[in-house]
Design a protein around this ligand. Structure first.
Ligand code: ADP
Ligand code: MG
Length: 633
């Protein structure tokens, strides 16, 4: 070995100092200076990294057995000295080279940490909750240690390196002689984390978070975990507690799951799987493009995290594992993408999950409602994107209605309740029940006891047109102009009826005044008490959609509305009578303007209230003057 015979170069730096990336310092600062209640999660993170390193090595060894050398028993070893409060964890996995130290432990390369930093808000209380949710990986160790030493030797090299840091801005790297491949992380517990330096605490923490790590974890040379693949056991041999613990382990969660499915499938493909529905979706799932949380194993060997081919996007809240007997062990990422077996597994899982949701909806209503409240968003996404399963997903759709107060209804039940002569399914969007029930557009439906679905979620306004028709009944928003309503009201009302000529004249005058601010002014069939309302012309967007378009695009110009006027309303009749005598009376104009702006205000489209307020004042002034006169006479 000529290298060793050379004199050591004096200028070659033995120990080098590096600065953490700026964002990393920010994160470290948060971790080290915050009192965190679940400090024992440092162990979960270190074990998970050790297990990843072992998995990676195992994966390489599938095609190149030599990498294992004479050190083929993959394992994790933890040593705890209770008296000195010293801790170390060692794994004989892939290890790290000098360059990998810099890339992996000095920058935000890691997935979990990166996501965490993206979500940091500057509010340290929520940030701390997030630490629990994401796990900040390796850096969690600084919650319990002042200074951390990592010794590592890559499986590709004979050289070892030592990384040391106090978690405050910088770290050093120096060469060190290491006999074995792998990584050892060691430190002394901080004064205020001394309670963790107990064999019992460490052992129970391993049980709690890491019982299912598929490699043996030895604590002071005694095995401390089960290390069996839970999914390969028969269902009847697995206790509920074990499922729950397994979920917490794979989901990094502190909560129990809402439910789970344990599958053992022989045909059309052979695989085993445990699928979990969490108690609620993670906050970032709605906006994040995260694909899935299903991990792929082949014959009990870990292959891939978050394997998106296993399940459609809209089911990304499902967590768990799939272990295939049919796939090849050295399957690569490219191959999983267009693989027939993967497709079959995917189809099977969707069918099973949909079956499960359907069963809840029929037999466990409370559980289903709870599920719908938390995950309804994803089902709606599915209705919109998963054409193959659309029909089944539509059956799961739920919302409140004018008949169902504080309860949810399905489209199926709505149709069951419909009168025989009702041809359409009606819905309306609003912020909440009170806002909807104050809308003039609802008057007709209330009066005639026709049920209307109440939608409170903006995405529903997209979903309804996307569903289109249900059991051959078109879904119709009640703020559309071409409602097929029966004109039964006129006969019942005991108000004076305007003759056709005065009707035409009055509506014509409305149109003259409002000009191109409206598409049209027509007689209303739907209004009972209110004087007028605005509705969308046939085939146009409704008010809610326009509001959303405006939020997305500031230049968006909404379509014009149709103004409907209630000709049996007494105010409108007064206007008609004034018009007969004084066709151009300025009060007419003021009232028409006021009615239009009032209706716009109600549906949330009035942009400029600056004329409305002085006009109201002036109208009140006129009204009070007349009132005073009437009091005096
Ligand atoms: P994550 O596990 O989400 O990638 P971590 O902060 O836990 O993030 O770890 C950062 C990186 O450090 C890992 O991705 C890995 O490359 C490296 N690393 C950490 N621990 C080990 C280990 N025991 N063996 C090999 N590499 C490790
Ligand atoms: Mg990690």
């Amino acid at each position: 070995m000529s290298e060793e015979q050379k004199e050591p170069q004096p200028e070659e730096p033995k120990k080098e100092e590096f600065q953490f990336q700026a964002e990393m310092s920010q994160l470290l600062n948060l971790i080290t200076h915050s009192l965190y209640t679940h400090r024992e999660i440092f162990l979960r993170e270190l074990i998970s990294n050790a297990s990843d390193a072992l998995n990676k090595l195992h994966f390489v060894s599938l095609t190149d057995e030599k990498v294992l050398g004479d050190d083929g028993d993959l394992k994790i070893e933890i040593d705890l000295n209770e008296e000195e409060k010293r801790f170390s964890i060692y794994d004989n996995g892939i290890g790290m080279s000098r360059q990998e130290f810099i890339e992996n432990l000095g920058t935000i390369a890691s997935s979990g940490t990166g996501k965490f930093i993206k979500q940091m808000t500057g509010d340290s209380k929520t940030d701390l909750e997030l630490i629990g949710q994401f796990g900040v990986g390796f850096y969690a160790v600084f919650m319990v240690a002042e200074e951390v030493t990592v010794d590592s030797r890559s499986y590709k090299s004979e050289e070892g390196f030592r990384w040391i840091s106090k978690g405050t801005g910088s770290y050093t790297i120096e060469p060190v002689e290491l006999k074995q491949r792998g990584t050892r992380i060691s430190f002394k517990f901080k004064e205020d984390a001394g309670d963790l330096a107990s064999k019992w605490r460490i052992e129970s923490t391993i049980k709690k978070y890491s019982d299912f790590v598929s490699f043996p974890i030895n604590l002071n040379s005694e095995k401390a975990n089960q290390s069996t693949a839970l999914w390969s056991k028969p269902k009847d041999d697995v206790k509920d507690e074990e499922y729950k613990e397994f979920f917490k382990y794979i989901a990094n969660s502190t909560k129990d799951p809402l439910s789970w499915l344990h599958l053992s499938v022989e045909a059309p493909v052979q695989f085993k799987s445990i699928l979990f529905i969490p108690e609620e979706p993670e906050r970032f799932l709605m906006t994040n493009d995260l694909d899935t949380r299903l991990h792929l194993y082949v014959k009990r060997v870990f292959i891939q995290n978050d394997c998106k081919e296993l399940i459609p996007q809209w089911l990304r809240f499902v967590k768990g594992v799939v272990d295939s007997e049919d796939l090849n062990l050295n399957i690569s990422r490219e191959v999983t993408q267009k693989n027939v077996i993967m497709e079959k597994i995917n189809k099977y899982l969707v069918r099973k999950l949909l079956g499960e949701f359907k069963e809840w909806s029929e037999k466990e209503k409370e559980r289903f409602e709870n599920f719908w409240k938390k995950f309804g968003y994803f089902i709606k996404e599915g209705i919109h994107t998963d054409f193959a399963n659309r029909e089944k997903l539509i059956e799961l759709y739920r919302c409140e209605s004018s008949f169902e107060v504080d309860k949810l209804t399905s489209l199926h039940d709505y149709v069951e309740r419909m009168g025989t002569d009702q041809e359409e399914i009606y819905y309306v969007y609003g912020k909440n029940r009170v806002a909807i029930e104050n809308s003039p557009n609802l008057e007709y439906f209330k009066k005639n006891s026709i049920e209307v679905l109440y939608l409170y979620d903006e995405i529903d306004d997209f979903i309804m047109p996307s569903i289109g028709t249900y059991k051959e009944k078109p879904l119709v928003g009640i703020d559309k102009a071409d409602l097929k309503l029966k004109d039964e009201k006129a006969a019942e009302k005991d108000t004076v009826q305007l003759d056709a000529k005065s009707k035409k004249k009055l509506l014509g005058y409305f149109k003259d005044i409002l000009g191109d601010r409206v598409e049209d002014v027509i007689e209303s069939k739907r209004l009972v008490d209110s004087a007028c309302t605005l509705v969308s012309p046939k085939d146009a967007m409704n008010a809610n959609m326009e509001r959303m378009m405006k939020m997305m695009d500031q230049d968006f110009k909404g379509g014009k509305r149709v103004m409907e006027v209630n000709l049996s309303n007494s105010l409108i009749q007064h206007l008609a009578n004034i018009q007969k005598k004084f066709p151009q009376d300025p009060l007419l104009r003021d009232c028409i303007e006021q009615l239009f702006e009032g209706a716009s205000l109600l549906e949330g489209t009035l942009e400029d209230p600056s004329k409305m307020v002085p006009r109201t004042t002036s109208l009140m002034e006129k009204a009070t003057a007349l009132y005073l006169k009437s009091l005096e006479s």
